[in-house]
Design a binder for this molecule. Structure first.
Ligand code: DGL
Length: 273
């Protein structure tokens, strides 16, 4: 059996395109409908209740596009909204946390894992729970890195200031002898090379975007939801507000073909107040 419907992917903004890139590379036959909530980005500093409400609205909009599965390409939203969405949605939904946690737990040798992400993600403790559900003896050093998202959106991917911020955030984690670091924010793969340069060979990186794409492949296979063989995949991008220059930064860094970007108004604006 196969299913030609698109896969719905949502993020607080543009950062989730790192997940789209990984999905396009792994599943080129699939159609993707990407929805970025640029009207309300960032989610990372907002309360769990607000992020849950926004996430519900994004998934309702994706269901309106007749998607066959939903990927939450945002760590902050995955961290606080996935459990409820899993219970209520009529299509399968996956996030980025468990795939990243599985990969980290498999990679660590000394059972000391670092996790970086937004305030919302780190405060939620979602990575700790996911990693400890796999191996309760792993020590986790988690740290919010709120300055990284603005630096990435500014396009300062190869910049001395960004290097210094990374050193300031990650230096203490390295001293705590982590051997694996989870990039727990979908913006961070854009800084993977710079972070790897700082960590040298000592710490392995877990890119939750790539792991999420593999988890999606497993899900589609399990449910016989893959696109028909030979169908040509594609990417449609819709945003809840006009794109800013970060779209250009991401498009160039990821080498992603993005056609015309559509604008979609957030449903239920009254509930968003
Ligand atoms: N995409 C978000 C995440 O992965 C980061 C940006 C935001 O704060 O909304 O957590």
């Amino acid at each position: 059996m196969s299913d030609p419907r698109p896969i719905g992917v949502f993020d607080s903004g543009i950062g989730g395109l790192t997940v789209v890139k990984a999905v396009r590379d792994l599943l080129p036959n699939e159609k993707i409908f990407y929805l970025g909530d640029t009207a309300r980005v960032p989610y990372g500093g907002k309360s769990a209740t607000t992020v849950q409400r926004y996430s519900l609205e994004m998934t309702e909009m994706l269901l309106g596009e007749d998607v066959k599965a939903i990927v939450i390409a945002c760590n902050s939203a995955s961290a606080v909204a996935l459990p409820d969405l899993k219970k209520t949605l009529s299509v399968p939904v996956i996030g980025v946390i468990l795939p990243g946690a599985k990969s980290a737990a498999a990679m660590t040798r000394n059972r000391r894992i670092g996790v970086i992400g937004t305030l919302a993600t780190i405060k939620s403790g979602a990575y700790e729970r996911a990693i400890h559900s796999l191996d309760s003896k792993i020590d986790i050093v988690a740290r919010p890195c709120p300055l990284l998202v603005p630096l990435i959106e500014e396009g300062w991917l190869d910049d001395e200031l960004t290097d210094r911020v990374i050193a300031r955030y990650l230096g203490p984690m390295v001293r705590e002898e982590i051997d694996t670091l989870v990039l727990g924010c979908t913006h961070y793969p854009l800084l993977a090379d710079v972070i790897a340069r700082f960590l040298k060979e000592k710490v392995k990186l877990v890119d939750s975007a790539r792991n999420c794409a593999t988890a999606l492949q497993d899900l589609l296979d399990r449910q016989s939801f893959r696109a028909p063989a030979g169908s040509s995949g594609g990417l449609q991008v819709a945003l809840t507000d006009a794109p800013d220059h970060f779209l250009r930064v991401a498009r160039e860094a990821l080498q992603l073909e993005i056609g015309e970007v559509q604008l979609r108004e957030v449903l239920h604006p009254a509930r968003a107040l």
